[in-house]
Ligand binder design. Sequence first.
Ligand code: SF4
Length: 392
Amino acid sequence: MRQPARLPVIRSRERHLTRRGVLWLGLRCDVRCKFCYDEHVPTAQKGWLSVEDAIRALEKFRFYYGNEFVDFMGGEPTLHPAILDITAHAASIGLRPTVITHGMHLAKPERAAALADAGVHDVLVSIHGLGATAGEIHGRGRHNAARQIQALDNLRELGVPFRFNVTMIRDNLTQLEAIAALAAAKGARVVNFLTFNPYFEWQRGIEIGFQVRHSEAAPYLRRAIGICSAAGVEANVRYMPLCALPGYEQHVYTGFQLPYDQHEWDYNSWYDTGHPGRPGEAWYYQASRRQQQRHDYRHVPACGQCALRGICDGFHAQYAARWDGDEAVPYPGPLITDPRHFIQHQDKNQYPATPSDPGGPAQPAAAGEALTAPLGLGAGGGAGTRHNLPAG
Ligand code: SF4
């Protein structure tokens, strides 16, 4: 058995720039979440990333960009035929690996144990619903919720930490509190409540039935955050305008706050920008602005009077077109430009570096061609753009 790189965490209000890369291993999946970005990608384009390309990317993340963590994205990464080898390689070079998964295959104890033995650092499980709702959102599979619960129990038994992702849609709003309670009961460290993002192929859809207004989700969300906070579970809300959750802004992460969450992705390696090592905060602020434009978030007219317009993405273009952005409530006062303004008051999980920490500072980047060459990983598995909107 390999030595897993799982360190105890501390709760802290110190905010550091994230050192986490992301690698898409391929878009294949055995469920069809109704909100999935990848549902419109032709099956023929859903290959797996080769082990060689995966290793090349991991080495660049670690030794060129100085990343200390990596997320494996899919599709469903546990289906990748070499997931154990890829996980083990990441762990062996001090790039602590997380697998983002629906978790159902980890209901088999031997599958969970194999991932633990490969050195997985933690697992981010998508819990979009409980009971029959899980299967209805997945659109495929049997006993989905029960398998997910079994997977959580298996991981807990193995001592592998886990976190939750929840994409908030009409189907699960009334379950958000129960999902928070499940996280507390099972010992999840973090719950990320995600707004549905109409990226990629969803951009053209105005009337998306399962999409909810922020103001509709907010009451459920506030109560779910309260349950998490009372249980010591870190609760984060992604891509919701700050004014949608007054009083809870320390939990809100738009593209400006994401670089200060250690569980989020480093814009530098994510887009393989070629900036060696670790850029400073000013670089990440500009990268946040680029991300706002890349993902088509925009301020509505009311935002022009808002003190937070320098640290808030506003609304997605599709959302604003559908609902006019009439939920915007400008904050009074002078312009705020520090993305940590609210999140510095949130207790978050941190992974302290130690001399024996396998994820500590990377060796200075070798200038070799192998590390400086662009990764060039396209749709279906890579650090760069993975979707192209078809013409028309
Ligand atoms: S008014 Fe606009 S800029 Fe201000 S918090 Fe709301 S969405 Fe963000």
